[in-house]
Design a binder for this molecule. Structure first.
Ligand code: SAH
Length: 251
């Protein structure tokens, strides 16, 4: 059996209990060494075989899994954050299915949740934004033309931008072209939940300057929107004049 496990955003105690149990049981761990905190490997058995997939191709990963599976081993494929975002898991799942190797997924805390915690922010503020757009700039991996940053910016909703820290001038341009103001609040969260976490607050127009002032070129999220400001409406859920299935409105 192979388990895709979400490692969480960095701090080793932000893996789920299920994920930790799976790491403790694993005979083989293949971890995404470019982003997964190696401290998580401390949960592994002493004789566990560990591969760093940052140094491997898809074929090599599949070969390692196939060999371990043939020996009846329990395998953990450890991905950063939650594997469902930019995890390249589908291509692995399809290969495993074709090989008759069964697998399960264990979710993790995505870095965009770690970034909200670092910012002490709520992405979905009443009266401001009730949607979160998770996207990226086109880099070596293309983004479909219909999903341009400018087209998403036109919604004025909360945006979380992955994998784009080296493209901040272009990102600012596209955000403004789409409808955000130069002074719309924006933030950069570098290595959320790691000891070296850094939270930088500024505006859409200052993103590139903020990153270069701190030498940040990777492992960061860009957060954009008025949720970073001070105006919002109170929730209906906790309003005194609101009746829910659990509580009667107070007169
Ligand atoms: N599956 C992961 C994302 C993998 S893509 C998740 O759910 O978080 C890799 C990108 O995620 C990085 O380029 C960076 O934009 C972001 N990222 C991953 N870990 C991060 C962290 N601790 N802090 C900030 N950004 C992070």
């Amino acid at each position: 059996m192979l388990y895709f496990v979400g490692a969480g955003p960095g701090a080793p105690d932000l893996i789920t209990l299920r994920g930790k149990n799976l790491l403790e049981q694993a005979d083989v761990i293949i971890y995404a060494g470019s982003l997964v905190n190696p401290a998580l490997l401390d949960y592994a058995k002493e004789d566990c075989r560990v591969y760093n997939s940052a140094e491997m191709t898809l074929d090599e990963v599949i070969a390692a899994i196939t060999e371990a599976h043939g020996q009846g081993k329990t395998i953990v494929r450890l991905h950063t954050g939650d594997p469902c975002l930019y995890g390249a898991i589908r291509e692995q799942m399809d290969r495993l299915r074709a090989l008759g190797i069964s697998y399960e997924s264990c979710p993790g805390v995505s870095s965009f949740c770690g970034a909200a915690a670092a910012l002490q922010a709520e992405y979905t503020l009443p009266g401001i934004s009730q949607s979160v757009i998770i996207t990226r700039m086109a880099g070596r991996t293309p983004v479909p033309a219909k999903e341009s940053i400018a087209s998403f910016a036109a919604h004025g909703a909360t945006m979380v931008i992955f994998l784009s820290t080296s493209l901040l001038e272009e990102l600012s341009r596209e955000l403004i072209q789409g409808g955000y103001r130069q002074d719309t609040p924006a933030a950069i969260v570098y290595k959320a939940t790691w000891p070296e976490e850094l939270v930088l607050r500024g505006t859409v127009g200052t993103l590139a300057a903020m990153a270069s002032a701190h030498g940040i070129t990777n492992t960061a999220l860009i957060l954009v929107g008025e949720f970073l400001g001070d105006d919002y409406e109170l929730s209906r859920l906790y309003a005194a004049d609101f009746t829910t299935g659990f509580r009667q409105a107070k007169e």
